[in-house]
Ligand binder design. Structure first.
Ligand code: PEP
Ligand code: MG
Length: 578
């Protein structure tokens, strides 16, 4: 019998079409999936929870017995703390109550434990505060029993597959290349989440924000991930499958056609020249950058160096990575962005006081973290400075909210330079320093900021998130994430004008720079550099080469002077440029 075809609409995160077999990743986050339990099944769900408690208890007792035999009574007592948590009547009562409200056991348990962990995090005493890890450990043991399976990891993938998961963190995505992953589909996430951006860099088609895809697929199902339209099809009928294979072929030939523009300048028909650079998330992408004809790297995200490890990267590791990229990119320059950890790229860093925050995007992120821990910052700055003696590099600070942060970061940069001078280590004394404009306060004071830096680069992914108060990774508010919002276009206009007034060049490294619908608007506004995913360079270059600056300026004038903003926007959206 044919398997049932299911079609899901999500958010397109990385373009392209992937067809293959499902690898279902039921990771720890699996428990986050909220399933409604019908009234008549609640009793059974409560028993399921209680059985998993009992099973976990016997496992713990068996472990305790083993410890007793091998290490002695004293050590075995340590396991008592775990048993106490497991048998805590308040936790059990609260979970049962949530299940009684129609919530599945995994989700109920996860939520209750999360609350308990939060309250432990607030305790002043370090010893008690650290007990939260015991609670999390016990929670995982119960969850493993509830789900009745061992956890699987991405590294378990043995043949070409398409990963279906509740969520993938940027740290998971960055390691996908080695893993035969041809595409992925996730329940949660937004278009400009770092997971999506990394997938683009790796040229892996992806759809995110599918809400409940994990509950609707089985291991080994045939799946189509259409990263262009944000559609996922499970067990397609033969006709659909053939259509998609054909569509895939057509797209490949269009890509080959666009590739012919590779060595031509990004210049309008009336001779206005801009720079098209690339964004990269790790050094392996340089090959693709050069293949697609980028004239430099406008954003080198350096967070990958901190993923999937328990220690901090040493100066030499930074140095070797940057050296590799800058040497390969010569004669073009590379803008190395100092670390932007935090937000959706949480890494504990093994530092006292760094824990997951309630509002990570508004928390200790990027430059804030660097200013709080100058030694981490200096390690990176030393490596960048050393590389500046050998390749063409520029530094860019992320998440700047005002000039004070720039000055504080520059003071640390100056101290680092002094150290290198004392040690007789060479660096480029004229190394340019710029900032990302991605916080509304920075955009609104871009005229002041522009006087303190060598260049500005607009980070629209965050600028939209912070201006419109829309979480960039939350699929539930994805429809409110609107690059065409008048406030966003006005901010971009004023940042470009402020930069130019101060005699500085202005680039854009957020995803808006690669939206074909906006290319002409950005040209008309005078943007100097478009820094985008390598894959999208030919398409944007084609638009620029087919239009005139005069036209682009007229469009901008119409847009900003229009009494009816929406009509102009709708027209742009309806009549995409070539
Ligand atoms: C941005 O915010 O637009 C940006 C380019 O930085 P990131 O996506 O890494 O936050
Ligand atoms: Mg950003």
């Amino acid at each position: 019998m044919d398997k049932k075809t299911n079609v899901f609409q999500g958010i397109p995160a990385s373009p392209g079409i992937a067809i293959g077999k499902v690898f279902l990743l039921e990771d720890e986050d699996f428990c986050l999936i909220h399933r409604e339990i019908p009234k008549d099944a609640i009793k059974k769900e409560i028993s399921r929870f209680k059985e998993s408690l009992a099973r976990t208890r016997s496992e713990m007792l068996a472990t305790q017995e083993k410890i007793h035999k091998t290490l002695g009574k004293e050590y075995a007592r340590l396991a008592d703390a775990y048993l106490l948590i497991l048998e805590d009547p308040i936790i059990t009562r609260d979970v049962v109550k949530r299940i009684g409200e129609g919530v599945n056991a995994e989700y109920a348990l996860f939520r209750i434990l999360e609350k308990v962990v939060r309250s432990f995090e607030k305790i002043d005493d370090e010893y008690f505060r650290e007990r939260k890890h015991d609670i999390q450990d016990v929670g995982k043991k119960i969850l493993n029993n509830l789900m009745g399976k061992e956890r699987r990891y991405l590294t378990d993938i043995e043949s070409e597959s398409i990963v279906v998961a509740h969520n993938l963190a940027p740290s998971d995505t960055i390691s996908l290349r080695e893993n035969l992953v041809k595409g992925f589909a996730t329940n949660i996430g937004g278009k400009t989440s770092h997971t999506a951006i990394i997938a683009q860099g790796l040229e892996i088609p992806a759809v995110v924000g599918l809400k409940n895809i994990t509950a609707n697929v089985k291991e080994g199902d045939t799946i189509i991930v259409d990263g262009n339209q944000g559609i996922v099809i499970i067990n397609p009928v033969q006709e659909i499958l053939e259509n998609y294979h054909r569509e895939h072929e057509i797209q490949q030939s269009q890509i080959r056609e666009l590739q012919k523009l590779r060595d031509l300048p990004a210049q309008t028909t009336d001779g206005h020249r801009v720079v098209i650079a690339a964004n990269i998330d790790n050094p392996t992408e340089v090959k693709s950058v050069l293949n697609h004809g980028a004239e430099g790297i406008g954003l080198y995200r350096t967070e990958f160096l901190y993923f999937n490890r328990n220690d901090l990267p040493a100066e030499e590791e930074h140095y070797q990575n940057y050296l590799h990229v800058t040497q390969k990119m010569l004669p073009y320059s590379v803008i190395i962005r100092t670390i932007d950890l935090g937000g959706d790229k949480f890494v504990p860093l093994g530092l006292e006081g760094i824990s997951e925050e309630d509002n990570p995007f508004l928390g200790l992120r990027a430059i804030r973290l660097c200013l709080k821990y100058p030694s981490i910052f200096k390690t990176q700055l030393r490596a960048i400075l050393r590389v500046s003696a050998e390749g063409r590099v520029k530094i860019m600070y992320p998440m700047i909210s005002g000039v004070e942060e720039i000055r504080a970061a520059n003071r640390i940069l100056e101290e680092t330079k002094q150290e290198l001078r004392r040690e007789g280590i060479k660096f480029d004394e004229n190394l340019e320093v710029g900032v990302m404009i991605e916080v509304p306060s920075a955009a609104l004071s871009a005229d002041i900021i522009a006087n303190e830096v060598d260049f500005l680069s607009i980070g629209t992914n965050d600028l939209i998130q912070y201006t419109l108060a829309v979480d960039r990774v939350n699929e539930n508010v994805a429809s409110l994430y609107e690059p065409f919002h008048p406030s966003i276009l006005r901010l971009i206009k004023s940042v470009i004008e402020a930069g130019h007034k101060a005699g500085k060049w202005v680039g854009m490294c957020g995803e808006m720079a690669s939206d074909p619908l906006l290319t002409l608007v950005l040209i008309g506004l005078g943007l100097n550099e478009f820094s985008i995913s390598p894959l999208l360079i030919p398409r944007i270059k084609k638009i620029i080469r087919s239009s005139s600056l005069l036209n682009a300026k007229a469009l901008v004038q119409e847009l900003f002077e229009s009494k009816n903003w929406e009509t102009v926007i709708n027209r742009i959206k309806k009549h995409p440029t070539p």
